[in-house]
Write a new protein. Structure first.
Length: 148
């Protein structure tokens, strides 16, 4: 099963409804949700677990900062690059999503009314962004395909 926004939304909603008491715990909950979502990416990647682990640490640093957005954007860019690197074993060269996720405009408001709304909005944002990644078949005919 490929990338499914509902999987991400469910994981984020659980994290938002019952947040961890510290930055590291919140970051781990986000990373768990995103890692579960990305586990079935197509083409497959052998580095999803490594990307998830790095995302957790990077998000913990971002969440501790006065403005989390720049760190979150960087964390997600690294997450995607790590996933892309793991596609080589499946015969693909990856081009991670080229643009930022867009957390700044998302967090500028208006604020979602419920945890479900927040999770849905963020899941849709991340899902749309992830689908802008491209995998190119290493062998001829070198067919490009969006991450799915």
């Amino acid at each position: 099963m490929p990338l499914v926004a509902a999987t991400l939304q469910s994981g984020l909603q659980s994290a938002f409804a019952s947040p961890a008491p510290d930055y590291a715990g919140c970051a781990q909950a986000w990373a768990n949700a995103v890692g579960s979502y990305a586990a079935a990416i197509a083409p497959p990647s052998a580095t999803v677990a490594a990307a998830q682990s790095a995302l957790s640490g990077a998000l913990a640093s971002a969440f501790a900062a006065p403005n989390a957005v720049p760190g979150m954007e960087s964390a997600f860019a690294s997450f995607a690059a790590t996933i892309g690197a793991g596609m080589a074993g499946a015969g693909f060269s990856a081009i991670p999503p080229p643009a930022p996720v867009g957390f700044g405009p998302q967090f500028a408001g208006p604020k979602p009314a419920t945890h479900a709304d927040a999770a849905g909005q963020i899941a849709a944002l991340v899902d749309a962004w992830m689908h802008t990644g491209i995998a190119v078949l290493i062998a001829p005919p070198n067919t490009p395909q969006p991450w799915a």
